[in-house]
Ligand binder design. Sequence first.
Ligand SMILES: [Zn+2]
Length: 314
Amino acid sequence: MLSQLLGTFSARNWPAKLAEPYAPLQTAVAYSSPKRYHVGKRANLAPGHLPVTLENEQDTSLTRSVACGGVVRKARDAAQQVRNARRIEHAMDPTQLVVAYCERLDGAFWAEPANAVSNLAFFMTTGGIFWVLLRKRRLDLPVIGLSTLVAVIGVSSFLFHTLATPLTSALDILSIAIFILAVFFFAILRLFKVGLTGATLVTVGFLGLSWLLSLLLGPILGVSAMYIGPLLSLFAIALSIAPNNRKIALGFFMTGLMFALSVTFLTMDQQFCDLFPIGTHFMWHVLNAVVAYMLLRLVIYAKQKHQPAPTHPA
Ligand SMILES: [Zn+2]
């Protein structure tokens, strides 16, 4: 069944005029979301031969050809199965090039200058938080760890937007995911009196709900779907803490608004390529660095609020 479906994926099914200029890209496949992520063979991807049109056409033709045989929903599931199979196959191949953003027109190292350079913002966040801790003469180990993770995000994201391989893509997503989970854990631990076990359980619940939301919203929002859980969690924390501490609640609310704007830029990148050739992805980096800074300030502040005042011997 699967091999039959994979057969429909061949270049023969593409309209001839579309397939011809993209012939070297016969193995181009949808990487994550058919509209946003594309993988082509690094060696064959020439400037101007972006597989975007091809990908969308390929995807529609696949869905269409399978749909002839049965119910549309079944056809969509089948198409998804093929995409998943291809995704796994290609995610393992480090020679593949991930063409996911407006900026990238070829396989060059500096093909995404704005996306690559904007990662400097993450290092500014790390430096800024270290400066805050130094000024406060505070050895806050969790915050030092979290700030270091922000720098790791900067490095991973820089590697992804220059080397553009599935491996660096995974590194980029993984570093962001670890930071989100870690900062969520420490926020819960410091804001609510739940203890280590309580904070761990809440974080596991948060991970499960976020994963569920990303599955539900994936078909609509693509890669942005995985950030809807974290976005909603900022507002949920704001609401839960509001009766006890309005200042921290306002902080989380403002951070939520900032992250909503950031996710909007992440989602818009491919939509406005014609109007704005460098795309909007670099703003996702800049605003995320701001969001990380705001969150870490809140985590530092939460610790101060819950620490007993130092007692001096009489
Ligand atoms: Zn990025």
